[in-house]
Design a protein around this ligand. Structure first.
Ligand code: ADP
Ligand code: MG
Length: 207
C-alpha cells in the first residue's frame, strides 16, 4: 500500500532523516520509535505527503506522492500538535475535514458526531477546541482522521496525552483500521504500542 525507498530529508544543510525504507501492506502496522529529536515526526511528514523528501520517493498504491501537497485521498494523519482550528468546535473541526473530502453538510454533520462518539467525545462535540483539555484535543484529532475512513492511518504519538481508558479505546480504534484491511503507521514512545505493531522502525539521533 505504501512504499518508501531511501527517503531522506535535509533542511539548510542539516540532515534530519538520513535514509529510511518503509513498506506497509494492507492489514499491516508499523511503529516508528526512537528518542525525541530522532526524526519520527519528520519521517511521518514525508510518508504522508506533508513534506517533500530531499532524496528518495514515496508511493501510495504505486502512485508517487507529490510531496508537500498533504495526504492523498485514502490516507489520514493525526499530527503531533493535532492541527486543529482552536476557534471552531470539535464537531466543526471534523466536519470541515469531511466537507473537504467532498461530503455534503447533510452527511458531514452526522458523520462528524459519529466519529467523535467513537472516542467518547459526544458530550464535548460543541465545545471550542480551546476549551478542551489536551487529551480531548488529541481525541478530536483522532476522530477527525477516523471520520475519513482512511485505508492508511498515520499517527504521531497519538496516545501521548491520554489516560489509560482513553488510550486503550483510541488504540483499539486505530488498530481496527489495520485489522479491517487498511494499514497503520504510528510514531510512539509507548513500548506496548510498538509491541502490538507487526514491524518496528527504530530511528537514532543524528546529532
Ligand atoms: N523543518 C525543519 N528544519 C530544520 N530542523 C528541523 C525541521 N524539522 C525538525 N527539525 C529538527 O530535526 C530533528 C528531528 O525532529 P522531529 O522529526 O520532530 O523528531 P521527533 O519527532 O523524533 O522528536 C530535531 O532536531 C528538530 O529540531
Ligand atoms: Mg515528534
Amino acid at each position: 500500500m505504501l512504499r518508501a525507498e531511501g527517503i531522506g530529508y535535509e533542511s539548510n544543510g542539516v540532515v534530519i532523516v538520513a535514509s529510511a525504507d518503509v513498506t506497509v501492506e494492507a492489514g499491516g502496522s508499523i511503529a516508528v520509535v526512537g528518542p525525541s529529536g530522532s526524526g519520527k515526526t519528520t519521517l511521518l511528514a514525508l510518508l504522508s505527503g506533508l513534506y517533500k523528501p530531499t532524496r528518495g520517493n514515496v508511493r501510495f498504491d504505486g502512485v508517487p506522492l507529490v510531496g508537500a501537497a498533504g495526504p492523498p485521498p485514502g490516507m489520514a494523519v493525526v499530527l503531533q500538535n493535532y492541527g486543529l482550528v482552536s476557534l471552531l468546535t470539535a464537531a466543526e473541526n471534523v466536519e470541515i475535514a469531511l466537507r473537504a473530502a467532498g461530503k455534503p453538510p447533510s452527511v458531514a454533520i452526522p458523520e462528524a458526531r459519529a466519529a467523535l462518539a467513537l472516542v467518547s467525545l459526544d458530550q464535548h462535540a460543541d465545545q471550542l477546541i480551546e476549551e478542551l483539555s489536551g487529551g480531548q484535543q488529541q481525541r478530536t484529532a483522532v476522530a477527525r482522521a477516523l471520520s475519513l475512513k482512511p485505508r492508511l492511518l498515520i499517527a504521531d504519538e497519538p496516545t501521548a496525552e491520554l489516560d489509560a481508558g482513553a488510550r486503550a479505546n483510541v488504540l483499539a480504534r486505530m488498530f481496527a483500521v489495520a485489522h479491517g484491511g487498511g494499514a497503520l503507521i504510528l510514531a510512539t514512545h509507548d513500548p506496548e504500542v510498538a509491541e502490538r505493531c507487526d514491524n518496528v522502525l527504530e530511528l537514532h539521533r543524528l546529532d
